[in-house]
Design a protein around this ligand. Structure first.
Ligand code: ADP
Length: 641
């Protein structure tokens, strides 16, 4: 088959078309970022080659110079970015350029609103990458040859519906991208403009970024030419790995631009930590906390985390080796001095040094978050993006549990707002005299938590309760049983020992009520049978007639619902379901009326209605809603007679 015969036209994936369209419209005011994105890709490609060549030097094809060139041609109206990195095979071009492989892409695009400002932020979360070329170009030609391979491939597209692929000859390995500029984009056909963009966005790239420079002819005093006009290569950027430089010499802008490169992000980060750790196991780390969660934060296979370098040579970006899952949003670089360069990824996995570095890096990040928490406004932003991920840390990282617990923020009855801004330490400070526990309620929505009947007595006594409604909270709380010596206690489990806070009168009243209601309690238990483990007088309620409580060591009803939704059968788990305790409020008129009820059938109806209501106000679902409605209606009809 001849080389030409292999030319084919392929359609873009629908998502790519969508992304291109949005990008061109929403990022136009930042159009010069295309250069940063292409240079960033070239730099990654060089990193990959350098790593592969550690074990296979022939990939250098006799030339280990790594760099990026930026050229422009006024006549052709093109800007060209060339790298000597690893290049791509035909399959790789097809997989990476023309397809978006990230899972969840479709759902992501559904969030787009058509509002330019909002969409450009969203696009930023997604990462713009190669496609940003189409902001300024109406045709892009990418020619690439994978190091060590024979066949080169040319990809070309006008950024509309499709692209072509053809096999071509290419002497040097790596990738060349030619942007055919759109009408009106001639500002980029200017060496000064391109240099200033590179300086601004890509100065930190550790490879040399080279541009041609025209040197005018030199003449002596008599006007005689001593050197002809010529073109020379000039390195435009500083070309030193940013993290190896001293902190004092790095500006905030440089830190931010480097973040955008390593983090594949579009926005400035929230904060960073840059530190060199001395000792037998020396390493430098430069780690960032992004301002926004990436769209695939909850995708288990999401990549792009912390990159490992060994003495400035890129080794891997397999984040899990360097950061635990609950810090998976952290971006940046760790450069280890004392590891051998020829380590394989497998060896790294078992390396003691790597575990020491990881432990050290985690400490640094937690320290960074602790410092950040001093600024409530910044921390609030952080928490709303990553709070639910940090909560996983309490479950995942036992060693640092206490430190992580201090970073947690919750909603509480102190403000009754959904905003999670109460630290456990704040709670402790506000504890009442005689109160020795931290109380919380869990539910499947904020309003269910806030309106839970279990809170009634706490509200009456002015005791703060943490309101937990995130899915992870149930797991969090089962792993966090105390904080600074104070037990965390669910308001919906076991006995409430608020006795210390009760007045003598309260206690007496409860004793009397229990005596008074003894036979009613037995009768209700008979009606409800197996549905409940016990019926008793409550000390939790002031306004509601009844509520459900689980045993001190039982799973909460909310947790049971989550498990059921996840398809877990309680019986299979050997739990047999949680049988709640049914508590009734003797001060409530309905409960009073049941006490005096002579008709057994009506007694049973009211008992069942009270029970079903208690389930509903917990946020639960009734097994037989129509029976509930039926009973309620017949009671209402009774009232109308
Ligand atoms: P991102 O860089 O965020 O992954 P891009 O769309 O910019 O997204 O690039 C997609 C993929 O295409 C890259 O991950 C890389 O595998 C490949 N790629 C892009 N540019 C180059 C290049 N110059 N050399 C080698 N591979 C490249």
């Amino acid at each position: 088959m001849t080389v030409e015969a292999k030319k084919e036209t392929l359609g873009f994936q629908t998502e790519v078309k969508h992304l291109l369209h949005l990008m061109i419209h929403s990022l136009y005011s930042n159009k010069e970022i295309f250069l940063r994105e292409l240079i960033s890709n070239g730099s990654d490609a060089a990193d990959k080659l350098r790593f592969e060549a550690l074990s296979n030097e022939s990939l250098y094809e006799g030339n280990s110079d790594l760099g990026i060139r930026v050229d422009f041609d006024k006549d052709e109206r093109t800007v060209t970015v060339t790298d000597t990195g690893i290049g791509m095979t035909r399959e790789e071009v097809q997989d990476h350029i023309g397809t978006i492989a990230k899972s969840g892409t479709k759902q992501f695009f559904e969030k787009m609103t058509g509002d330019e400002a909002k969409d450009s932020e969203l696009i930023g979360q997604f990462g713009v990458g190669f496609y940003s070329a189409f902001i300024v170009a109406d045709k892009v030609t990418l020619t690439t040859r994978k190091a060590g391979e024979q066949e080169a491939v040319r990809w070309e597209s006008a950024g509309e519906g499709d692209y072509t692929l053809e096999s071509v000859e290419k002497a040097t390995r790596g990738t060349e991208i030619v942007l055919h500029l759109k009408e009106g984009e001639d500002e980029f056909l200017d060496g000064f403009r391109l240099r200033s963009i590179i300086k601004k966005f890509s100065d930190h790239i550790s490879l040399p970024i080279v541009m041609s420079k025209e040197i005018p002819a030199e003449t002596d005093e008599d006007g005689k030419e001593t050197a002809p006009a010529r073109v020379e290569d000039e390195v435009v950027n500083s070309a030193s790995a940013l993290w190896t430089r001293s902190k004092d010499d790095i500006s905030d802008e440089e830190y931010n631009e480097f973040y955008k490169h390593v983090g594949h992000d579009f926005q400035d980060p929230l904060t960073h930590v840059h530190s060199k750790v001395e000792g037998t196991n020396e390493y430098t780390l430069l780690l960032y906390v992004p301002a926004r969660a990436p769209f695939d934060l909850w995708d288990r296979d999401a990549k792009h985390g912390v990159k490992l370098y060994i003495r400035k040579v890129f080794i891997t970006d397999d984040a899990e080796q360097l950061m635990p899952r609950y810090l998976r949003f952290v971006r940046g670089v760790i450069d280890a001095d004392s590891l051998p360069l020829n380590v394989s990824r497998e060896i790294l996995q078992q390396s003691k040094q790597i575990s020491t570095i990881k432990a050290g890096a985690v400490k640094k990040v937690l320290g960074l978050l602790k410092t950040m928490a001093k600024d409530a406004e910044v921390y609030e932003k952080f928490w709303s993006e990553f709070g639910n991920v940090i909560k996983e840390g309490v479950i995942e990282d036992h060693k640092n549990k206490d430190v992580i617990a201090k970073l947690l923020r919750f909603s509480s009855t102190h403000t009754d707002t959904e905003k999670q801004d109460v630290a456990l330490a704040d709670y402790i400070e506000r504890m009442q005299e005689g109160q020795d526990k931290i109380y919380y309620v869990t539910a499947d929505s904020f309003s269910a938590a806030k309106n839970s009947p279990h809170l009634e007595i706490f509200r009456k006594k002015g005791i703060e309760v943490l309101l937990m409604a995130d899915r992870v909270d149930e797991w969090l709380i089962s792993n966090l049983t105390e904080f600074e010596g104070k037990q965390l206690k669910s308001v919906a489990k076991g006995e409430l020992d608020l006795d210390k806070l009760d007045t003598e009168e309260d206690k007496k009243e409860k004793e009397e009520a229990t005596k008074d209601f003894e036979s009613v309690l037995t009768q209700i238990k008979e009606v409800l049978g197996d549905k409940v483990s016990e019926v008793r007088i409550t000390n939790r309620l002031t306004d509601s007639p009844a509520c459900l409580v689980t045993g001190e060591n039982d799973m909460s009803l909310n947790m049971e619902r989550i498990m059921k939704e996840a398809g877990q059968s309680m019986n299979m788990m050997g739990m047999g379901g949680v049988k709640p305790i049914f508590e009734i409020n003797p001060d409530h008129a309905l409960v009073h009326s049941i006490k005096d009820e002579q008709d057994d059938e009506r007694f049973a109806d009211i008992a069942n209605i009270l029970f079903d209501q208690a389930i509903l106000s917990e946020g639960g679902q009734l097994d037989d809603p129509s029976a509930f409605v039926h009973k309620l209606n017949s009671l209402l009809q009774g009232l109308l007679k």
